[in-house]
Design a protein around this ligand. Sequence first.
Ligand SMILES: [Zn+2]
Length: 305
Amino acid sequence: MGDAEPSKGHHVVDAALPPGLRESLITGRIHSAYLLTGSGPTPRDTALCFARALVCQAGASEAPCGSCSSCRRSEPGEPIALDGTGKKGPPMRHVGDHPDLLWIERGASDTRVRIGQVRAIQAAMRLRGSEGSHRAAVIADAEWLNQEAQNALLRLLEEPPPRTSLILVTQSPAGLLATVRSRCQRIGFPAITGDALEGEEAADIVDHLNRIATASVPQLLDWAESFRGPRAIAAAGTNELLGVASAWLHREICDASLAGRTDLDGALRAFETLQRCRKGLAQRNANPQMVAERALLALRDGALQ
Ligand SMILES: [Zn+2]
């Protein structure tokens, strides 16, 4: 959305809302928390669209209309860079300059969404809505909330102020506490496996994965070594590796199973290891290179021949 041409006055909002969210708007049964899960930009764009729809003044079937006064205020401009510590930038921003729509994500130089950011949302959500309307806050990198931040979030989920909604966006919900997940209305995006395998970077990873059964241990350790360096960058790279590898292995297992193979225990164990790796990376600040090593060795052990 950031690289869209500057809009002049009216403009059509093109992100389509999935049926679950559209239905929420039409029936007026707005939940206090949603969890949007999937890879790629769609879940995040959808969260933005849904937040804007919640405050749009047009009918529920066309919100966000893009032209009412509320939509004009919530039109996202160049996003303000956040800083989780609040030093180099605000910990939280508004969507456009709409007073009732809040947004947090990892700060530009943070590896985590910080507790201070959750507290900023918490405080703002407890204030009365400026125009008596619904208020919503998007947490765009919810898998990067640390334990402390998740516990703070849990309190908000347990006692949501009236007429407020939290919209959590994650690539994979594995990094979230079960108690957080269970309080959210879940919206999944089917692209979670297919999408992860698209793009140039993914193609390169898939190319390596296709040959992993015959790779030597030193070759895998070399590969894992490319995930060292500044943690934020290394963690993002490892996260991408785990996402692509999960989708790839998922596809391998499905294909093998459709072909009637039953010797899938090793591959299934590798899949479980990948999910534990993702969780370790997201929740426990695990070393990205070590996580990559563990994942690649598990993939080699579990490779279907
Ligand atoms: Zn509108």
